[in-house]
Design a protein around this ligand. Structure first.
Ligand SMILES: NC(=O)CC[C@H](N)C(=O)O
Length: 220
């Protein structure tokens, strides 16, 4: 199955995302430079990877959200293409208006780099259906702007419609509602601050991230 990773200036988790996709599909993804204006039609799943696109200037993800390829990504996502935004990728998807809310500076003002324990807030999405809803999972985080914010109305709406997918057990960044990951209303765009692509091999210290890739790829 053909997948793709979008690469921005100063993406640094694009290779990890590519390894995760190749591990789960047996096929190398297309690496799509952000200046490309379209995503090839054979692509069935896109990862917007982590990193420090444009040096995190202005706001993390704000400049990358204006990249030419985002227009086509938006159109294809609206038509149903599944998209996973990881860390800086999540920031880019919120800045592009593809997911609600914003990622602000961590409450502690420091970069946080550790394994975080997550609860499944919704184990029935296309990205999480292979998880046991009762299990907690360990996935690494590495960010300075992971403090999820949404206004009260938005928060009520996403909580009410099952769009909160992951919550931190031990909130490392001050996110409202301990939110670590959310999905769009249509259920095909997931954004999360933790890095599932860094938890797919026992050599990573754990494989709890694998089921995200298996769930979404298995749904295609
Ligand atoms: N690992 C990442 O993607 C980091 C995201 C972003 N640059 C931040 O520090 O918040």
């Amino acid at each position: 199955m053909q997948t793709a990773v979008i690469v921005f200036p100063a993406s640094n988790c694009d290779r990890d995302a590519a390894v995760a996709l190749e591990t789960h599909t047996g096929k190398a993804p297309h690496m799509i430079w952000h200046k490309d204006t379209s995503i090839p039609d054979d692509v069935r799943f896109v990862v917007v990877p982590g990193g420090f696109s444009y040096g995190d200037y202005l706001r993390s993800g704000a400049i990358a959200a204006q990249s030419p390829v985002i227009k086509d990504l938006k159109q294809k996502a609206e038509a149903g293409l599944p998209v996973l935004g990881i860390c800086n990728g999540f920031q880019i998807l919120t800045e592009a208006g593809m997911l609600p809310g914003a990622l602000m500076r961590n409450a502690g003002q420091k970069f946080v780099c550790k394994i975080s324990r997550l609860r499944l807030a919704n184990a029935q999405t296309r990205f999480t259906k292979l998880y046991d809803a009762k299990h907690e999972i360990d996935i690494p985080v590495a960010h300075h702007d992971g403090n999820y914010f949404a206004d009260d109305d938005t928060l009520r709406r996403i909580e009410g419609s099952g769009q909160v997918v992951f919550r931190y057990v031990d909130n490392p960044n001050g996110s409202r509602g301990d939110i670590a990951g959310i999905i769009n209303q249509a259920g095909n765009v997931l954004g999360m601050m933790p890095h599932p692509e860094r938890a797919i091999d026992p050599l990573h210290g754990g494989t709890d991230g694998s089921n995200i890739f298996k769930s979404i790829l298995g749904s295609l």
